[in-house]
Write a protein that binds this ligand. Sequence first.
Ligand code: 3HC
Length: 301
Amino acid sequence: KRPAGAPDKALARPVTKVGVIGAGLMASQFALLFVRRLKVPVIITDLDQARVDKGVEYIHNEIDTLLGKKRISPDEANRLKALVTGTTDKAEFADCDWVIEAVFEELEVKQQVFADVEKYISETAVLATNTSSLSVEQIGAKLDHPERLVGFHFFNPVAVMPLVEVVKAPSTDVATLSTAMVTAAGLYKNAVITTDTPGFVVNRILAKVLGEAMHAVDTGTPFEVVEESTKPFGLPMTPFQLLELVGLKVGAHVLDTHHAAFPDRFFESQNLHKLAELGHIFERDSKGKVKGIDKKARDIV
Ligand code: 3HC
């Protein structure tokens, strides 16, 4: 017998049009995935037309890359491109049945974004947040229908990382959870259902590793020593490379959220905030290959 509250495929709602709020790198990456895997129209919005255009251009370029690698045919590339549109008018989200956001990791911003979009969408549309460590329950606090909100957390690079964390807030209803699980499967991702706790599962563990690595540097250990010492773990990237991949601002935010929730267990790092302002840790060659620690980054710590 299905346990109470467990997802049920029969309750999942069809996803026929996807709305993406935010046209930054993360949002653009998963917008492409929705188009490519679900083959449904995807509409992207952001604060202004320039950001929207940049997001659409990123997706078109990635479709061209897939074409160049012969993963898709020229016809399919054209079909996929035609499915992607951008707008600054949320009224165009009216017929979306799945709306997902990846805007700035600020609780009030996410609350406002969802409260806004809820005015335009149908009662049955599902809302999903790609938050990396904020409370899904709190993000939905200003919704008329918080039961339709679920966490849907992708990992970077979205096209490659096989996991999605589906975050079930106490308010998330079974139809929403079921839609999220079926949607994740449609995107060819492995979905796990997590509780609505800071960092869910992945970032809780990652914040420990990245936080300890950063703390070692903050307390006088050279970057290179931390890099060299973590190699035996066999991870595909060192902690500092991973911090650059997810974005130093996102990384600093994740550490701050964990420190605020569990001050005795997680470090925050002012140096990481300063590195985020600089924008990078490594010096790279023209192809993006790491040459070493950037001198300005070294001077910061
Ligand atoms: N964006 C998009 N695609 C990328 C990419 C990027 N930044 N980097 C690599 N790829 C793609 C490549 O195009 C290639 O695709 P293809 O097979 O279609 O040609 C594929 O990934 C493999 O790339 P490479 O062979 O060039 O490189 P590697 O074998 O070294 O793998 C990697 C690169 C997949 C990024 C690997 O280093 C890795 O797995 N790193 C760890 C990533 C990770 O842990 N991510 C989770 C971060 S946590 C997070 O996102 C949560 C957030 O909330 C903080």
